[in-house]
Design a protein around this ligand. Structure first.
Ligand SMILES: Cc1ncc(COP(=O)(O)O)c(C=O)c1O
Length: 512
C-alpha cells in the first residue's frame, strides 16, 4: 500500500512562492533556522531520567552518554583519502562558488548531479571554441572549417570509444541522450527481431526511459510479454534469484540499469550477463546512465550487447549521449530514422544505407555537444575514473551513514557498509518530499523531490515519492555536512508544524 504524507500545503505554497519572489525569500529563509533548529535532547532527557539515582549510577549514565555522543560524532573524524578529486576539480566549476541571489545570497550546495551534472570550464570553453572558431556542418564540405569540425566531431567518437573500451569507433552512435539510445534499440533492433511469444526481461527499478519504450513496443506486437524482476529488499539491489528464475528460452531481450538512480545500488552486471547467456538466447541492453560518469566501465568485461549513456550526467552538455553496440549487430539492424547523412544511395524507388555509425545518425548531428562531450571525457580521464570512483565510494559511505542517523529518515537502497553510488533517495516520516526540497532550496541546498522517473520502484516500496541527494566528483564533505544540518533543522521545523498545514495532498508533486 502506498504510504501517504501529511502535506503542509500552506507552507509548501509559501515555499513555492519563494521560488519566484525574492522579497518573500528574505523573510522566510531567516525564519526557518530560527524556528527549526534541532536541539540535542541528550542532556535534558538524561537529567529527567536520573532524578533520584545514586552517584555511581549517575556517573555510569554520564559515561554512557558521552560514549554514545562520541559515536554519534564519528563523522567529525571521517577522513577521505581521495578528497583531492574535489579539491582539484572544484575551482573548474564556477557555478559552485556562486551565491544564489534568488535565495538571500546563500552559497549553492548542489546535490542533484544524478539529474544533471555541472560543467567544468574546460567543457564550456570547448563549446565556445567550436562556435567561435570552427562552426560548420560536418561530413559535408571540402572547406577547411567543415574538415576541422568533422575532425573534432569524429574525435569525440574516438574519446567515447576509449572511455568504454569499445572494439571499434564504429560501435559508438551519438544520440541525444540515454533515452534516445534506448529507443533506438527498441525501434530498430527489437521491432525487427521480436515477435509474439517472446519475452523481455526488465527490472522494477528501471528509469521510465527503460520501461515506457518497451511498453510501447509491446502494444504493437500482440503476445510480446514484459516481465519485471523485483528489488531485493535486503540488499537494496536487483533480486538475483528472481532474475535467474525469470529467464527462459523465450527471453529474447534483457534490459536493466547498471546503477539505480533511486536505490543507488550497483547491480552485478557480469554475474547477470552470465545467467542470461546460460539460460537464454537474448540480447542485453545496459542502462549505464548512472555508472559511466562515476566509474571505469569496460564493455568487453561487462559482456553486454548494448550500452546507453547520457553526456549531461558526465560533465558534458545536454542534448548528447551515446549508444554502444557490437559492430556486427549494429550493421544487422535497420535504421532508426531516415534522412540525410545515413544513406548510401537514394533513388526515387528506394534507398540504401551506410554502415554504423552513420546509418543511425540521420540529419545534422549535435556537433557542438559531441565536441563538448569529448572535452568532458578528457576532463574525467585527466582526474582518473578509478580516482573518481574511489572518492565517490568514500562520499557515498559518509552520506548514507550520516543520513541513517537523522531522525525520521529512511534511506532507500543498500545500507551503509555496502558499496553503492554516491546518491541517496530517502523518505522523511511525516514530511512530504516536495516540502522538504522547497525548504532546503531556501537554504541554498539543491536536492530533488518526486519519483525520479521511477514510479514503479516507488510504488513497489510503498511510497509515492522520495527526496534525493546525489553527489559528484566536485562535492565535498562540507557539502554533506551543510545538507545534513539543514535537513535536520528543516525536519524539526516542518514536523513542528504537523497538523497545522491543512489537507493531506499526496498527489501534488510540483517536481519530478
Ligand atoms: C538510470 C537512468 N536511465 C536513463 C535516464 C535518462 O537519461 P536522459 O534523460 O539523459 O535521456 C536517466 C536520467 O535520469 C537515468 O538516471
Amino acid at each position: 500500500m502506498t504510504r501517504h504524507y501529511l502535506r503542509l500545503s500552506g507552507y509548501a505554497l509559501l515555499a513555492a512562492t519563494c521560488l519566484s519572489s525574492h522579497a518573500v525569500v528574505s523573510f522566510t529563509t531567516s525564519s526557518v533556522p530560527a524556528l527549526g533548529r534541532r536541539t540535542n535532547s541528550m542532556g535534558g532527557i538524561g537529567m529527567v531520567q536520573l532524578n533520584g539515582a545514586s552517584d555511581s549510577e549517575l556517573q555510569q549514565k554520564q559515561e554512557q552518554e558521552e560514549e554514545s555522543t562520541n559515536e554519534d560524532l564519528w563523522w567529525k573524524n571521517y577522513k577521505m583519502e581521495h578528497a583531492k578529486v574535489a579539491e582539484q576539480s572544484r575551482p573548474d566549476f564556477e557555478i559552485l562558488s556562486t551565491t544564489l541571489e534568488q535565495v538571500d545570497n546563500k552559497p549553492l550546495v548542489y546535490l542533484d548531479s544524478a539529474a544533471t551534472s555541472q560543467k567544468p570550464k574546460q567543457v564550456i570553453e570547448a563549446l565556445d571554441h567550436y562556435y567561435t572558431k570552427l562552426n560548420s556542418n560536418v561530413h559535408r564540405g571540402a572547406h577547411t572549417l567543415s574538415r576541422e569540425a568533422t575532425a573534432a566531431y569524429e574525435g569525440a567518437r574516438d574519446k567515447v570509444q576509449k572511455l568504454i573500451h569499445a572494439n571499434s569507433r564504429n560501435e559508438i552512435i551519438f544520440t541525444s541522450g540515454a533515452t534516445e539510445s534506448i529507443n533506438l534499440v527498441v525501434y530498430s533492433y527489437a521491432r525487427a527481431n521480436l515477435k509474439a511469444g517472446d519475452e523481455i526481461l526488465l527490472t522494477e527499478m528501471e528509469h521510465h526511459s527503460n520501461i515506457v519504450p518497451w511498453q510501447m513496443l509491446a502494444e504493437t506486437i500482440p503476445g510480446l510479454k514484459l516481465k519485471f524482476v523485483k528489488m531485493d529488499r535486503e540488499t537494496g539491489a536487483v533480486d538475483l534469484k528472481e532474475f535467474k528464475s525469470m529467464l527462459n528460452s523465450n527471453t529474447k531481450m534483457v534490459a536493466f540499469q547498471h546503477v539505480s538512480n533511486v536505490a543507488g545500488c550497483v547491480n552485478p552486471v557480469t554475474e547477470m550477463v552470465q545467467m542470461v547467456r546460460a539460460q537464454a538466447d537474448a540480447k542485453i541492453l545496459l542502462d549505464a546512465c548512472q555508472s559511466v560518469p562515476h566509474m571505469p566501465v569496460d564493455v568487453q568485461t561487462l559482456g553486454v550487447d548494448f550500452l546507453a549513456a547520457s553526456g549531461h550526467k558526465m560533465c558534458g552538455p545536454t542534448g548528447i549521449g551515446f549508444l554502444w553496440g557490437r559492430e556486427d549487430l549494429l550493421n544487422s539492424m535497420p535504421p532508426f530514422q531516415g534522412g540525410g547523412e545515413m544513406i548510401d544511395q537514394v533513388t526515387l524507388e528506394g534507398s540504401t544505407y551506410v554502415p554504423a555509425p552513420g546509418r543511425f545518425e540521420a540529419g545534422t548531428p549535435a556537433i557542438a555537444q559531441a565536441i563538448g562531450l569529448g572535452a568532458a571525457i578528457d576532463y574525467l580521464q585527466q582526474l582518473g575514473m578509478e580516482e573518481i570512483e574511489a572518492y565517490e565510494h568514500e562520499m557515498a559511505e559518509y552520506l548514507v551513514r550520516r543520513m541513517e542517523q537523522v531522525d525520521r529518515v529512511t534511506v532507500l537502497g543498500p545500507k551503509s557498509g555496502t558499496p553503492r553510488a554516491a546518491l541517496c533517495a530517502f523518505i522523511v516520516d511525516g514530511v512530504h518530499p516536495s516540502d522538504l526540497s522547497s525548504f532546503l532550496d531556501m537554504e541554498g541546498v539543491a536536492v530533488r523531490a518526486g519519483h525520479h522517473c521511477c514510479q514503479p520502484l516507488h510504488q513497489s516500496l510503498g511510497y509515492s515519492h522520495s527526496a534525493r541527494a546525489s553527489l559528484y566528483l566536485y562535492n565535498t564533505k562540507e557539502d554533506v555536512d551543510t545538507f545534513i544540518e539543514k535537513l535536520e533543522s528543516t525536519i524539526a521545523f516542518l514536523t513542528g508544524l504537523e497538523g497545522e498545514g491543512g489537507q493531506a495532498d499526496d498527489d501534488f508533486v510540483p517536481f519530478i
